[in-house]
Ligand binder design. Sequence first.
Ligand code: ATP
Ligand code: MG
Length: 646
Amino acid sequence: MPDVETYPPPPEFAARAHVGPGVREAADADPLGFWAEQAARLQWDRPWDTVHDDRDWPTARWFDGGRLNVAVNCLDRHLDAGRGGKVALHWEGEPGDRRTVTYAQLHEQVQRLANGLTELGVGPGDRVVLYLPVLVETVVATMACARIGAVVSLVFGGFSADALRFRVADTGATVVVASDGQFRRGAAVPVKAAVDEAVAGLDHVAHVLVVRRTGDDVPWTAGRDVWWDELLERQPAEHPAPSFPAEHPLFIVYTSGTTGRPKGLVHTSGGYLTQASWTHWALFDARDDDVYWCQADLAWVTAHTYVLYGPLSNGTTQVIYEGSPLTPHPGRHFEVIERYGVTTYYTAPTLVRTFMKHGPQLPAGYDLTSLRLLGSVGEAINPEAWRWLHEHVGGGRCPVVDTWWQSETGAAVVAPLPGQTPSKPGSATLALPGMAVAVVDEDGRETKPGVEGNLVITRPGPAMARTVWGDHDRFVRSYWAPYADRRWYLAGDSASRDEDGYVWIGGRIDDVLNVSGHRLSSIELESALVSHPRVAEAAVVGAPDDVTGQRIVAFVITRAGGDDDSGLAEELRAHVAARVGAVAKPREVVVVTDLPKTRSGKIMRRLVADMTAGRTGGDTTSLTDPASMGAVESAWTEHRRTSSGA
Ligand code: ATP
Ligand code: MG
């Protein structure tokens, strides 16, 4: 782990932060009491009998006996408190169209759609798949499902018909909500025909509900297909909300598929909403006058918790943006921050690195003084990117919350409390109150500071997934079987802790490199590589080696303008040796123009590793651009040809 400077919370921020000193200690002393206190933030129709019950371990029950309606907690409650006129969403479309929706307006739309879905035969427990861009309707549909107890599953609008089909079939959805078309990097592209292809022959799909977005003509199946606006128009504007058990399923979210076939994690209602609501309030120090923007697509777990359920439960005003961050120009996000006076911006390391390629003059062209807090999620943020975000976007005055969590955990687990926890660039810091983590070896012994091991959650929070949809055995096998005797959750990430107990994520367990008996973290090596001025992005994998077990191969994308690669390999080897140590020097450096990434922007190292080991056939359904692997393969072939000839 890198030796970095510490950033204490800015004193003015700390002085008025929601979470003050002592909260973590109090929660450690009485975790269940802590969660019961946080659950009381919500409106319950019936109080719970037990806070936490492990009789069905590894499936936990939280707030068993309690009943609530998630949509009522996200909407009606704010109207009852006289806040119906408050802006819920500032929506910005990619072509530049805009819409502002108040809590009262959102509430009305949700009630109409709740009635509409009921008309389409959707009842509690039925699955509804949303295949939509970031639209107000996507939020409405999510909330309408919650209101009637239907289980929603959001599928990224950029996925192919095949990827959609897998998720519709896996969930057995009865209704698919889609748009006629969508805007993608400046162009209107058709969607509906792909939906027809995806649901063909899936008899459980009774209806396809179509939102008008691009206005283009669409193929139509009479009896099955329904226009959104026509359905809503004929519905009553009121919908009395029933209440559901705390453990009623709320949504199914598929993992990004970095390590294999995506898993559909099932999340439930009361415990999930408790942790979503509390962590949003605590981590982002949510305030009534905030303009909050989490830039994740609504289909990612990040946006479930930190756009849909968390912020709405707190009555927050949010910005949501439909399009690509680089359309029509690379400063689009900064333009949006300036336009709405965004106070809180939650982003991803991959995007920060993209901005960095354009240089600090990009954010400098906008007024970003409204910002007071920044967040990062999705991958480990390399210290250079953290500092760049802190300085060039946050003007040096905003805390940066690096939040470690997963689709499985449902909400943040390891992250700094912005008014409390000193930050170290590149570390998500410590477990949040009410939870506990450890870094352990195969036998469950805590590793010494600085030594890599498996990250486990020794005390999960109430938002933890309850099962993998349709494959409970996979849930048990993947996460709980390895440390079953202690009932610890295996996160699948490697990590180490420093002398202060701070957690440093090293990468996926499968991506840990083993060179002559040394365990090396892929993240640490990549972070060292991208700290070199000539490198924009890097993926490091271990290729099989007869002598050392594995040899380190670095695939790097150089910065714009760096056409001349001469001497690069030597420079990078020396740089990594200085930063991490001689054992970490990449044996081979391959310059590429692209890297395989998931739709959420994470590098799929396993595909690159497969290639270097001569394996083929890995799952590629999550790739954002199937052509990217081709570019890497030809660079690799060329590299092998020239290096064996040398
Ligand atoms: P799959 O499980 O299918 O391989 P995935 O793990 O990429 O996909 P997600 O659940 O969306 O799918 O991502 C969670 C993972 O993302 C974490 O396990 C971790 O590897 C990484 N991650 C997320 N946030 C952070 C962070 N702040 N620091 C380091 N790593 C992070
Ligand atoms: Mg995962």
